[in-house]
Ligand binder design. Structure first.
Ligand code: SF4
Length: 365
């Protein structure tokens, strides 16, 4: 029977003496994965900025004043060209992200479905991160050939309320459930360094371990504080915390791919090496992660060479989805789904919104 993880048990792991934690995580990693293989994924922003949500870390939220360049939805041919480029650089997975609150049944969603089919046909694992979705929308994505859906928990349920007020934790869990029901592999993790406690970090891991099925992929991000967002002044997370988080995720979810995601530009090669040792088995390649900076692929390949690591082939952990054209017969369902709104707002998010308004006003003069 699978071990039932509680907050106290996970905290016990997280707080082990560092060398013990690292050894245990590395051992479990070797028992469940080829420690010399690291999956290389590319994250492509297919629609950037202008998002109505208020995630306190995100420069794509329309309410904050950040200097990102906003873009409308990419064309299918542009996505194909980017996917081929990513593949030639060694990526076996393409993750497409759109700055939406939730998927809408409209022509843009149809276009994304065509992108999914096109990239799946290139023999790459296709992942999407498009916000909240219904069961029917998840099924259409699965029919188009979607391999995985990313929907991060970001933090514990308690701390989530301090970061985002425009939707609730239950909405997150519902979308993840909808992805699972459609047979899509779930990718869900969080961000470290948003002012949360160790308990929050461990509580988030408990929620992930209690999912049925557990996520196949768990991204661990270090916050990249962006000017103009409410979390701009946050102190960068120490590398030791990142290694602890990766190691703990590896121990409590032995079969998952643990992704060392945002924040790698602030990590030394040695810091990243400790993360690989602790069980990180995936990175994002490319100079940008949606809108935040990421190490150059050549730098990554240099480090892989030093460490004797190699990229992982696609579909090692699951079968390639069979695209079928039934995704084209989606319902024309109109009307919006009622997602929950906790009805409270976060002071620092409001402040950032007001500040942004004032700056925009100034610029318009
Ligand atoms: S994280 Fe996603 S949902 Fe939140 S503001 Fe950014 S783009 Fe929107």
């Amino acid at each position: 029977m699978e071990k039932q993880w509680t907050k106290d048990l996970v905290l016990e792991v997280y707080n082990k003496p560092f060398m013990e934690l690292l050894y245990e995580a590395a051992t479990i990693h070797r028992e469940n994965h080829n420690p010399l293989e690291v999956q290389i994924s590319t994250l492509l922003s297919i629609k950037t900025g202008g998002c109505p949500e208020d995630c306190g870390y995100c420069p794509q939220a329309a309410r904050y004043h950040t200097d990102i360049e906003t873009n409308e939805l990419m064309s299918v041919s542009h996505v194909k060209a980017q996917a081929l480029r990513a593949k030639s650089n060694g990526s076996s997975r393409l993750c497409m992200g759109a700055a939406w609150r939730n998927i809408q049944n409209n022509a843009e969603f149809d276009q994304v479905l065509d992108m999914v089919q096109t990239v799946n046909d290139l023999n790459m694992e296709v992942c999407c991160t498009l916000g909240m979705m219904t069961e029917e929308q998840a099924q259409r994505l699965a029919d188009a050939g979607l391999y995985a859906y990313n929907h991060n928990l970001d933090s514990s349920e308690e701390h989530y309320k301090e970061i985002i007020s425009t939707r609730g934790y239950d909405d997150r869990l519902k979308t993840i459930e909808n992805a699972s029901k459609a047979g899509i592999s779930v990718c869900s993790g969080g961000i470290v360094g948003m002012g949360e406690s160790d308990e929050d970090r461990c509580n988030m891991l408990v929620t992930l371990t209690n999912m049925n099925p557990q996520p196949k992929s768990v991204p661990i991000n270090a916050l990249v504080p962006i000017e103009g967002t409410p979390l701009a002044e946050q102190t960068p997370v120490p590398i030791w915390d990142m290694v602890r988080m990766v190691a703990t995720a590896r121990i409590v979810m032995p079969e998952a791919v643990v992704r060392l995601s945002a924040g790698r530009t602030n990590m030394s090669d040695e810091g990243q090496t400790l993360c690989f040792m602790a069980g990180a088995s995936s990175i994002f390649a490319g100079d940008k992660l949606l809108t935040t900076p990421n190490p150059d692929i050549n730098e990554d390949m240099k480090l892989f060479k030093i460490l004797g690591l190699k990229g992982k082939a696609p579909f090692v952990d699951g079968d390639k989805p069979v695209s079928n054209d039934s995704y084209k017969n989606g319902s024309d369902a109109k009307g919006s789904v009622k997602w929950t709104r906790p009805g409270h707002s976060i002071e620092r998010n409001l402040e950032a919104k007001e500040k942004a308004k004032a700056i925009r006003k100034d610029l318009a003069k």
